[in-house]
Design a protein around this ligand. Structure first.
Ligand code: NAP
Length: 278
């Protein structure tokens, strides 16, 4: 029995707010598995010790979250090519020989959340406007490109960070000034906020939606609150919206599969369990 017990968790600092234990422990119960998913508060200076300890502790792996996603990648024995392009990992899988494999499922989670909300969604339906140029933006932009997006309008408060991304990711990525963000919505098919604006404790994203077509799918990486001011305004003017919870839930699925051997479903019960934590 004991060697069938599978243990995983999430390393972050702070990490207490993470909803990942709710998700993974729900699936462990749902599929009748023996295991547990815990919270690991790991200070930045302790990251290497913590990661090197995973095989010794017998863990199947773990998630890494803020502020460890970039530094953790440097400690992997093998990095998935997509994660390498993203420049960060969010999932570690300990191989049977103890080798550490790093993956990044954030982009997968985002694309799946769009498909769940809008099954006919196509990346090449028209320009996508991406606000932000941090870790979430890198995952979103690369995934949209991999799905066939032909035009991405990238807008960040610090323009140089957006320009660096465009230089790296190619000609489909067009950079606009932050001051141009309202005009850049003209004719776009998809809008995604990957800044922290609209998150609990932060002001609403400062953007005027007048030029946004009503057919644009509007999405937000932020999931606390579930309906950000951006999503609320978009919904009230008739746009379809996708909140950040779908991204969070979907990025967890391939990690759970890698550790526990089952590709889990996102059920209404799981959504209810998560929503009870807000
Ligand atoms: P990050 O790397 O720190 O990037 C933060 C971004 O927010 C940067 O583009 C930054 O612009 C921008 N920003 C910060 N303050 C701003 C302001 N006052 N006005 C305009 N822009 C501002 O963070 P991240 O990891 O990309 O995460 C971003 C958000 O996505 C967070 O809210 C996070 O919770 C969410 N997220 C959700 C999921 C999910 O599964 N749903 C996954 C990952 C992240 P500058 O470059 O100018 O500083």
């Amino acid at each position: 029995m004991a060697n069938n017990f599978v243990m995983a968790g999430v390393m972050g600092w702070p990490v207490g707010h993470s909803r990942s234990p709710v998700i993974h422990n729900h699936w462990i119960r749902q599929y009748g598995l023996q295991g547990a998913y815990g919270l690991f508060p790991v200070q930045p200076g302790k990251l290497e010790d913590a990661i090197r300890g995973l095989p010794a502790l017998g863990l199947a792996g773990c998630n890494v979250t803020i502020p460890h996603k970039v530094d953790a990648m440097k400690l992997m024995d093998v990095v998935d090519p997509l994660a390498r392009r993203m420049g960060a990992i969010n999932t570690i899988v300990v191989a049977p020989d103890g080798a550490l494999h790093g993956f990044n499922n954030d982009g997968y989670g985002y694309i799946q959340s769009l498909r769940d909300a809008s099954p006919n969604w196509q990346a090449n339906a028209g320009p996508a406007t991406v606000l932000g140029a941090g870790g979430a933006a890198r995952a979103v932009v690369l995934s949209l490109l991999d799905q066939g997006a032909s035009e991405i309008r990238l807008i960040n408060r610090t323009k140089s960070k957006a320009q660096d991304m465009a230089d790296e990711f190619g000609a489909a990525v067009h950079v606009f000034d932050w001051a141009e963000r309202h005009e850049a919505l003209t004719g776009c098919a998809l809008l995604i906020n990957t800044t922290n604006q609209g998150m609990h404790g932060q002001p609403a994203l400062d953007i005027q939606l007048d030029r946004l077509p009503q057919s644009t799918l509007v999405s937000d990486a932020v999931y606390i609150p579930l309906e950000t001011p951006l999503l609320k305004e978009a919904r009230l003017r008739g746009n379809a919206t996708v909140n950040g919870l779908g991204m969070l839930l979907n990025q967890a699925r391939p990690a759970f599969k890698a550790w526990f051997g089952v590709m889990p479903d996102i059920t209404d019960e799981l959504r209810t369990a998560i929503m009870a934590t807000f």
